[in-house]
Design a protein around this ligand. Structure first.
Ligand code: 13P
Length: 247
């Protein structure tokens, strides 16, 4: 069976103090993996703090080249050198605010994978797409863009995070039914595009996950964990989410 994951995306929040606070007070769930994505600035410190543990750390973003004149960017190799193991790619905030097109996401995905990191591919529809019955088309387009840019199996060594844009930071999580329905469609899609990897790939849900809705969401068959934004900045709440996933 798929081991669940509880992942923290701190976005442009956090501090060295928060990293140290997490290292002291995070309660490691026995039956779930925990991944933390701090800012690039704090990634080295956080990775050092968790070095003796099996908590995974990763970057929220990397550029799609390995080095060169790309002021302000970091590469997947640099992330790997720190000892981090993962990188998010295609987060909707990057797609909407920083011009990460499907093509750029696909290029970043490949660099992350080539660097030996686990890519966590974020996909999700906007409210407009959902209201126009185009939610799955949007998600499928995002998945296909990565598949088409990559000529060997893409699903064997990655995770997917389904994050409907309308649920991110709004306090309005998808209902368990809506999240399950989309995540099952994503798994079916993977089944059609891969050779038997669909039951192994972990599909996380993200968007206003809190201690109060985690249990209902994790009970769904195709929800293998969470990518938590705002609630992951509070270690007590994050511990409660971990507990809900663990039990
Ligand atoms: P919130 O949990 O704050 O809605 O953010 C979700 C998210 O974007 C995680 O990547």
């Amino acid at each position: 069976m798929r081991k669940p994951v509880v992942a923290a995306n701190w976005k442009m929040n956090g501090s060295l103090e928060l990293c140290e606070h997490f290292a002291r007070t995070l309660v490691r769930p026995e039956n779930a993996d925990v991944w933390i994505f701090p800012t690039a600035l704090h990634l080295g410190s956080l990775t050092d703090l968790f070095r003796e543990s099996d908590i995974g750390t990763g970057a929220q973003n990397v550029w799609c080249e390995l080095d060169g004149a790309f002021t302000g960017e970091v590469s997947a190799n640099m992330v790997a050198t720190l000892g981090a193991e993962l990188a998010l790619v295609g987060h909707s905030e990057r797609r909407a605010m920083f011009g990460d097109s499907d093509e750029v996401v696909a290029r970043k995905f490949k660099k992350i994978s080539d660097a030996g990191l686990v890519p966590v591919l974020c996909v999700g529809e906007t409210l407009e797409e959902r209201e126009s019955d185009l939610a799955f088309e949007a998600v499928q387009r995002q998945l296909s863009a990565v598949e088409e840019a990559w000529d060997h199996p893409v699903y064997s060594h990655q995770a997917i995070a389904y994050e409907p844009v309308w649920a991110i930071g709004t306090g309005k999580a998808a209902t368990a039914e809506i999240a399950q329905e989309m995540q099952a469609l994503i798994r079916d899609h993977i089944d059609r595009r891969s050779t038997g990897e669909s039951q192994a790939v972990r599909i996380l849900y993200g968007g206003s996950v809190k201690a109060t809705n985690a249990s209902e969401l994790i009970a769904q068959k195709d929800i293998d964990g969470f990518l938590v934004g705002g609630a992951s900045l509070d270690v007590d709440e994050f511990n409660q989410i971990c507990e809900a996933v663990n039990s």
